[in-house]
Design a protein around this ligand. Sequence first.
Ligand code: NAP
Length: 640
Amino acid sequence: MRFDPEPQPITETDVEIAAALAEVDTPPLLAAVACLTGDFSILRDDLRPTAAESFDPTAGISPEQATAARRLAAETLGRYRDAGNVPAPPPDAETIRRTFEFLAGAPVEDDYATLMTEELAIDGVDRRAPEWTVDGLATGRSFRVGIIGAGMSGIVAAHRLGQAGVEYQVFEKNADVGGTWLENRYPGCRVDVPNHFYSYSFAQTSEWPQHFSTQPVLLDYFRACADEFGIRPQIRFETEVVDAVWSDEHSVWNVTVRDGTGAIEAHEFDALVSSVGQLNRPKMPDIPGVDRFAGDAFHSARWDESVDLTGKRVAIIGTGASAAQFIPVVGEVAGHLTVFQRTPPWLLESPNYHDDLPVGVRWLLDHVPGLAHWDRVWIFWRSHEVLVPMAAVDESWDSPNSVSLMNDLVRGVFTEYYKAQFPDPDLFAKLLPDYPPFAKRFVRDNGIWARTFARDNVELVVDGIAEITERGVAMVDGTEHEFDVIIYGTGFQASSFLTPMTVRGVGGRDLHAMWDGEARAYLGMTIPDFPNLFLMYGPNTNIVINGSIIYFSELEARYIVESVRMLLERGAVSMDVRPEVHDEYNRRVDAANTQMAWGAAGVNTWYKNASGRITQNWPFSLLEFWQRTRHPDPDDYVLR
Ligand code: NAP
């Protein structure tokens, strides 16, 4: 996969160019064509999307406006071809801002413009890269960082530390990079955030084959990034961190690792980064008898490829984001598939979910690669700014299945989709959620859910499970279903952050004992009494409906690298977040989460811990996380 390939010269006729533009969203198209050709006059007021209508798939653009925009873009590309295919110089900051404001349909505040310019990276400038190096600081001090995990977060942490010239060592329990994208290999696994957004801002590519790529493509991307940025030599594969203990005497982390042979080794680091993810320890359900089943049984994140499901009687327990992807595939091969659903997911209509990029869009990305960049910020803007208010609780709104008038309107739109997809009233009643939209992660659907449950060999069971038996699944009503195979799509131990490692901080304090199931951190990253320890994708940094986790990881990596800089520049050996800063921040997070659909609704989710508190989600804007993590505030920390 190539990052930021050069535009291919256009040799096609006017008619061929016009045909290629038929299926692309016009705001990013006009923005990308303007940047390639230097003709910004095409960003006409009468072709702007309407900010307020961004949830509407048309973004307030009428068919006539779309036709006019495509014609204008085609003519501009024709002139660019006739003039010899000479790309314009990269736009300056003010031009990028004006172009973004065209796309957003409204003026934006300064911070937002800066954030978007970083995300866009249309000029090839990696604005989140550290602007300093260890050599440049010339402190004469060496500083080593340990990184736990070489998944999506670990790769960006390693890359950023490497750019600053900070020595680092990564430990990865698996034999390759990729984390969740390496471990989750179930059939049908793919990303549910469009790839032009679900990718690093500093490693953008116009070569994604689909809007939502499959797991092997994602894994290739992360492998390519690890190679491109020279990270692999610093990774110890098949090596798991067993414990990490802070030395009060020497102000270092003593880390014990176990390699693939079982050999134990000791390492010492000035700072430690945990990038172990939230969704990497499979959770088996708390149903009695899970060990009793005599047939084959496995969890979706440990898919057993040796088990041939063809013609078999298969049970799938769970209908979350993972199961929703493999249920249709299993339904095609199993002799009989029984799906056990406890809570139905909200389906989000996504007609192009499994589609290859249209031929015209593929052509455009080859010839106008900036389209991938503008598509990125287009997705960012539309998914974030518009969706979050729809999840906000109106305390005066009194309904068990929506949290505000706006949320109820969304419920209405979603329900219409269910009516169209499931005309059978029985199936409709079983599949329509009774909880508010956005209280759980939605499941993208291109009609495959309805096609799957319309199959003669697929059955949906919504009654309570009593236990797993030797033969299959026994129900609360006393009936028993017999199976050859049981597949658990029952999620992950997401609230058990950093398990099964032991982590001891100041005075030997045990992190898990201190948390006691209530994982908290300042900005999701730092914890009082655990100096120089940084968590990536830590507590309250997950998002439910908007954004991409890669965005959070990039910003966390910047904060970590800037923290190393702060330590070096100030001649400090440790930084320890002040308890009052940490506590006040967490009070605010907790209060805000109760005001969002995922915190207010009583429905089960992996966002809540055993006590029902939201330990996973960030309740504020994406902009706020950016503003708060650009660099550490020294006043937030005790520096020693
Ligand atoms: P999940 O969302 O936690 O879903 C687990 C499923 O198992 C739910 O349907 C749950 O029912 C059911 N379940 C759990 N215990 C049960 C029990 N004792 N009896 C009956 N049913 C039980 O896990 P997931 O589907 O693996 O997804 C986790 C997260 O991973 C997603 O939210 C998403 O963030 C991420 N993910 C992303 C992608 C993607 O990008 N494409 C794909 C997959 C996953 P209840 O709802 O009633 O608890």
